[in-house]
Design a protein around this ligand. Structure first.
Ligand code: GRF
Length: 193
């Protein structure tokens, strides 16, 4: 399975996937490319350090349609079969989604459908939930709204801050993302997980 990963920032979920592929924990797979819409994304150096090709496709000066079309073309050029969004901070257009039907997945730091969008961990703390977690889901045109693949639960402590809670969720994100990619690469890609 040839995997393409889209990032906008730190790239710790991307690193978890790349390292799992390298360690053979995700068998018969290769991370073909890491694409960032931000030239200064910290994850780019981490990908290069691991010998993964990186491409920057900035939105600047392009319409959303042109930007997505260029990313699709970079993915298709490398015969990517599974697209992982890992802290990629843009909604995908319908054309992008239709280019990879049921083959684009995302990770989100809450138990969706609770707390979609930005600052999910802060939303969870403010609401006072006692458990939260992370979700890997298929991507559609709506924000954090596609079919759920898997979730991992994290307990909220009374003394949690956004930072401490986010750190514990992030540990579970790395496990969840590798697990989800594994399921999708070893079974046929299907929404019927
Ligand atoms: C993660 O919390 C992920 O769930 C969210 O954005 C963050 C990205 O972190 N979509 P990283 O870039 O993978 O370290």
């Amino acid at each position: 399975m040839r995997i393409g990963i889209l990032i906008s920032g730190r790239g710790s979920n991307m690193v978890a996937i790349v390292d799992a592929v390298k360690a053979g924990e995700i068998p018969d797979s290769e991370v073909a490319v890491v694409i960032s819409d931000k030239p200064n994304a910290a994850g780019l150096a981490k990908a290069r350090d691991r010998g993964v090709e990186t491409v920057i496709v900035e939105r600047k000066g392009r319409s959303r349609h042109e930007h997505d079309a260029e990313i699709v073309s970079e993915l298709e050029k490398r015969n990517v079969e599974l697209v992982c969004l890992a802290g990629y901070m843009r909604l995908l257009s319908r054309d992008f989604i239709e280019a990879f039907p049921n083959k684009i997945i995302n990770i989100h730091p809450s138990l969706l459908p609770a707390f979609p969008g930005l600052d999910a961990q802060k939303q969870a703390l403010e609401r006072g939930v006692k458990t939260t977690g992370c979700t890997v889901h298929f991507v559609n045109e709506d924000l954090d709204a596609g079919q759920i693949i898997l979730q991992r639960v994290v307990k909220v402590s009374d003394d949690d801050t956004v930072e401490t809670l986010s750190a514990r969720i992030l540990e579970q994100e790395h496990i969840a993302y590798v697990d989800a990619v594994n399921r999708l690469t070893t079974k046929s890609l299907s929404t019927e997980i």
